[in-house]
Design a protein around this ligand. Structure first.
Ligand SMILES: NC(=O)c1ccc[n+]([C@@H]2O[C@H](COP(=O)([O-])OP(=O)(O)OC[C@H]3O[C@@H](n4cnc5c(N)ncnc54)[C@H](O)[C@@H]3O)[C@@H](O)[C@H]2O)c1
Length: 184
């Protein structure tokens, strides 16, 4: 697996611009769910290439992290003319980064993707480490692949719009990791 690159930033537009000018890709795609399309995508409006990208929007929630939604993402990529040199940017929580990562790692045998996590859980866990996938027949993450995002860009200011429950969910994950880090 490729090395995982993570950038922590307070200016996601500036960082994304810098990342995108370094890479050669032919077409840009952005995946978001209905909520992050509304609350988070507008934050990227200063990135010219994102303004010209094809936006793929899915329904919200882990229940939609399934084969049907995956097929919709593959179909959109195909219909909008994605090639092996296209780039997918996943903007959302773990649902979007898991789904988009798997869609990218399988479309045309694999295209590059960038994760921009927007929940605390995705920032500290789901968007890094290369685990991608979808649920199947009620089984969590039953189908998937290990594939690192080409870049993970973490801007904590996305958390300003996140509700208390989802903040606690990410925080619990952080506590779990620190508690099991050592026996003490
Ligand atoms: N790949 C991994 O290593 C890994 C690890 C842990 C969890 N996961 C997966 O991650 C998923 C859960 O991730 P999650 O907790 O981020 O849930 P999620 O992606 O479903 O997001 C939770 C809710 O918050 C909304 N949201 C996202 N960003 C927001 C923002 N900035 N402001 C307001 N609302 C926002 C979403 O639209 C959604 O309604 C599960 O599918 C789980 O299986 C994967």
């Amino acid at each position: 697996m490729e090395e995982q690159h993570i950038i922590f930033t307070q200016d996601v537009c500036h960082t994304l611009n810098e990342v995108l000018v370094e890479w050669s890709y032919d077409r840009l795609f952005v995946l978001a769910d209905e909520t992050t399309a509304q609350l988070c995508l507008p934050r990227l409006q200063n990135v010219l290439s994102v303004c010209n990208a094809e936006i793929i929007t899915t329904q919200t929630d882990d229940t939609h992290k399934n084969i049907e939604t995956l097929t919709q993402v593959w179909t959109s990529l195909s219909q909008y003319g994605a090639t092996r040199r296209s780039l997918l940017i996943n903007v959302g929580g773990g649902m979007v980064t898991d789904l988009g990562g798997f869609a990218a790692s399988t479309f045309k045998r694999g295209i590059c993707f960038v994760n921009i996590p927007t929940t605390l859980l995705a920032m500290v866990d789901a968007s890094v480490g290369g685990k991608t996938g979808v649920n199947l027949n009620g089984l969590k993450n039953e189908v998937g692949a290990f594939c690192n995002a080409k870049q993970v860009i973490v801007d904590a200011s996305f958390l300003q719009t996140l509700d208390h429950k989802n903040l606690c969910s990410g925080f619990a994950e952080m506590l779990k990791h620190s508690l099991i880090h050592t026996r003490e």
